[in-house]
Design a protein around this ligand. Sequence first.
Ligand SMILES: Nc1ncnc2c1ncn2[C@@H]1O[C@H](COP(=O)(O)OP(=O)(O)OP(=O)(O)O)[C@@H](O)[C@H]1O
Ligand SMILES: [Mg+2]
Length: 289
Amino acid sequence: MSYYRLLGCDKEPFSTSPDPNFFYLSKDHDSALTNILIELRLKRGLTVILGDIGTGKTTLSRKLVHELRQREDFIFYMLLNPQFETEQDFLQTLFHHFGIETSKDVTQMRRAEMMNAIERFLLQKAVSEGKTLTLIMDEMQKVSESTLEVLRVFLNFETNEFKLLQVVLLGQLELVPKIRKMPNFYDRISFKYVLNPFDLDDTRKMIQYRLQKAGYNSHRSLFNDEAVEEIHRYTMGYPRRITMACHKALKQLIIRKKERVDAEIVRELIRMDNQAMWNEAETLQQQLI
Ligand SMILES: Nc1ncnc2c1ncn2[C@@H]1O[C@H](COP(=O)(O)OP(=O)(O)OP(=O)(O)O)[C@@H](O)[C@H]1O
Ligand SMILES: [Mg+2]
């Protein structure tokens, strides 16, 4: 029997996959999502969401995709990895995913021809058909300068009132120096936001939310207040770390045949994590000697 069934859940409550069904709207995520949707509605062009490792950027982008799927006036495409060898590769991917039709074989087209075809496609969809075309790109800290340069050109495609392509970029903080180096790209950002780790209140609510989404329906929380405080302190409010800590804590709960996660369980878990880290460091040192 799965461990979570023993606790009264029918799904895994603390899986680390970026499932939009388990997305808790923290203050920061709420603010970012609301603003992205406003920018998209106003067709302002470029939005950049930054955040440290594991602050929930990919989960937020999945939630955004989930929202856009319900709207018929949106055509969107989400790129999980922005690493392309050449500009041509990037452009060909867009041709393929936006379903841009051409009389010529795309692999034989020159950059300028491809750009023109994309602009015509965007004009047709955005102006004649009234659609909002959106490109969402995750892991942008890995992007190359040439891909950023292509995006910059896209942002020049506009009518008097709006940009033809809406671009939402998500990435770790290393993205900042990359775009800082390109002032004519940086200047085009119409909305930028940094996702911060959760405060204690969001940590508590996120834990409750995920348990409830997993089918846990008792009024009594599986984590007591001190346990939540310890988890928040230990994880510093980073959602990926919170998720992992909760997962381990629930397993301990079952092993120890207890009813609720308390501070003692969390402290033991921290001790085990630290021990594992020391062991790893020792092995590494032995390999180096
Ligand atoms: N708002 C949220 N509600 C519930 N769980 C969340 C939330 N944000 C993040 N998580 C959890 O934290 C994990 C890490 O989030 P995610 O992968 O989105 O972070 P990231 O910022 O994209 O990380 P990286 O910088 O490594 O790409 C997710 O798998 C999810 O389980
Ligand atoms: Mg991510």
